[in-house]
Design a protein around this ligand. Structure first.
Ligand code: 1GP
Length: 247
């Protein structure tokens, strides 16, 4: 499956893409597969699999395998470091945390992980990963020099740098579970400089209204993770968000 081309086709058809993030460290593989299936019933376009802590090894492999047994949408790894790779996934967001102070998250983990991607059939999708205040766990783990919420021009500068370095996607991340998603001003400023390059926004998006605000400001893809772990009716919650962003 050519995942990047597949997502591009969805954008051409529906305008926007919805991605569901599942952290293998948060539940057993069987439950992860149930959540993925419900998210697909709700209309999600692909399943991202990863996390900042503990999303590696056999729990990661088993989670990817179980999800792939249950759904027919792409599985995309969202690795916290080089240990977040699994040969069973369709693709990987091959990303550099451009605003990290730690060279490990900018390039060293990528060097360690690249040979596995090369040997496997996982499709790398190049991505500039930018962490915005408050940043949450990933901001701390990734030693990010957090982009201030009120400085959209700094985010735009990073996004342009990523684009000029050849990265196809830019991800504006506010931190999983945050109460302060990336604001419209920053999303708009980044999308303006990105042009046709794709913008993903995630962190703290829990409802249709917030998701709609993000896509109206310029996000091409919305990620929701925490909310699908919290709600009882995953399909209904995802359907609410999907219908808001694709309408
Ligand atoms: C985290 O942006 C993603 O990396 C998703 O955030 O868990 O808050 O949906 P949530």
């Amino acid at each position: 499956m050519q995942v990047e081309a597949h997502l591009q086709k969805i954008i051409e058809k529906d305008g926007k893409v919805h991605l569901t993030l599942i952290d293998p460290a948060s539940q057993a593989p069987e439950r992860a597969a149930e959540i993925a299936l419900a998210a697909v019933e709700g209309g999600t376009d692909a399943i991202m699999i990863g996390g900042s802590t503990g999303a590696s090894g056999s729990i990661l492999d088993e989670t990817v395998i179980k999800i792939k047994e249950n759904v027919n949408v792409p599985t995309i790894l969202f690795p916290g470091n080089s240990a977040g790779l699994s040969k069973y996934a369709d693709a990987v967001f091959f990303m550099s945390l451009l605003n990290s102070r730690d060279i490990g998250y900018i390039i060293t983990n990528q060097v360690l992980g690249a040979p596995l991607v090369y040997r496997s059939q996982i499709e790398p999708i190049s991505m500039a990963y930018l962490i915005v205040e408050p940043g949450g766990t990933v901001g701390w783990v990734g030693d990010a020099k957090l982009i201030p919420r009120k400085k959209p021009e700094i985010a735009a500068g990073y996004a342009l740098a990523g684009k000029y370095l050849g990265m196809h996607y830019t991800y504006l991340e506010a931190g999983s579970g945050t109460d302060e998603p990336v604001n419209s001003e920053m999303i708009g400023a980044v999308k303006q400089v990105l042009g046709e390059n794709k913008l993903i926004v995630g962190g703290g998006i829990r409802d249709a209204k917030t998701a709609k605000l993000c896509v109206s400001a310029g996000a091409d893809m919305i990620v929701t993770g925490t909310v699908v772990e919290e709600v009882k009716d995953v399909a209904a919650k995802v359907a609410e968000i999907v219908s808001a962003i694709k309408s």
